[in-house]
Design a protein around this ligand. Structure first.
Ligand code: 5GP
Length: 193
C-alpha cells in the first residue's frame, strides 16, 4: 500500500453517491508534505517526457499541480471555471460537467499561455467519468500542444473515466485506484498496481 492509499484509509470518508471525501488533507485543509510527496511521485513517473507545462483545473487540482511543477521547474496553468457564455476569442473553451456539483461549467484558458510548442502534463485530484480530463485534453489539443501524460491522485476505477481515457491512447497514471467503496461500512478497497 502506498503513502496515499494509507492516508485515504486513515482520513478519507466515503459518502453516498460514489463520492470519496478527502477534505481533511486534500480538498479543503491541505497537507503540504503529502502534496510534495505526490509531486515527487508524479515527477518519478513522468520525467522521461519533455514537460513544459502542468495543466490543471480549478480549484482542487491547483495545489497538486504546483507540487508537480516545482519538481519539473515549469509553470502551472489552470483552467478557470466560468459561468459566462460571453467569452472572447482569446480563450480556449471546453464544456465540463461537474461530477460533484452536477452542473455544467465552461472552462477557459487564455490562448496566451498554451501553444503548439507545449508538452503538457495534465494533473487533477479525482477521475470519475472523465469529463474534466476530456475538457483539459481538448483545450491542450486545440492549442496544438502535445499531451505527454495525465497524472491523477485518486482514480475511481469503478467509474468509466479511466477506461475511456486509456482507450483514447493517453498515458494515464493514478497514485491510487479505488476498486470499490461502501458508504454504509466506510470501507475502501484499492486496485493493486
Ligand atoms: P469527472 O470529470 O472525471 O467525472 O470528475 C472529476 C472531477 O470531479 C474532479 O476534478 C473532482 O473535482 C470531482 N470528483 C469526482 N469524484 C470525486 C470524489 O469522489 N471526491 C471528490 N472529492 N471529488 C470528486
Amino acid at each position: 500500500m502506498n503513502f496515499l492509499e494509507e492516508r485515504i484509509l486513515r482520513d478519507g470518508i466515503v459518502k453516498e453517491g460514489n463520492v470519496l471525501k478527502v477534505d481533511s488533507f486534500l480538498n479543503h485543509q491541505m497537507d503540504v508534505d503529502l502534496l510534495d510527496e505526490m509531486g515527487r511521485e508524479f515527477y518519478r513517473r513522468f520525467n522521461d517526457r519533455p514537460i513544459t507545462k502542468v495543466l490543471t483545473i480549478e480549484a482542487s487540482g491547483i495545489a497538486i499541480a504546483c507540487s508537480v511543477a516545482r519538481c519539473f521547474h515549469v509553470p502551472v496553468l489552470f483552467a478557470k471555471k466560468s459561468k459566462s457564455v460571453n467569452i472572447d476569442g482569446d480563450m480556449y473553451v471546453a464544456e465540463v460537467e461537474s461530477f460533484t456539483h452536477k452542473c455544467k461549467n465552461q472552462v477557459i484558458v487564455s490562448k496566451r499561455f498554451i501553444t503548439s510548442e507545449d508538452h503538457i502534463l495534465i494533473i487533477d485530484d479525482f477521475l470519475a467519468n472523465g469529463c474534466a480530463l476530456q475538457g483539459l485534453i481538448s483545450i491542450a489539443e486545440s492549442a496544438g500542444a502535445v499531451v505527454e501524460g495525465i497524472g491523477i491522485t485518486v482514480e475511481k476505477g469503478f467509474q468509466i473515466g479511466g477506461r475511456v481515457i486509456r482507450n483514447l491512447g493517453y498515458r494515464l497514471e493514478s497514485l491510487a485506484i479505488v476498486e470499490s467503496m461502501d458508504a454504509t461500512t466506510g470501507t475502501v478497497n484499492f486496485k493493486s498496481q
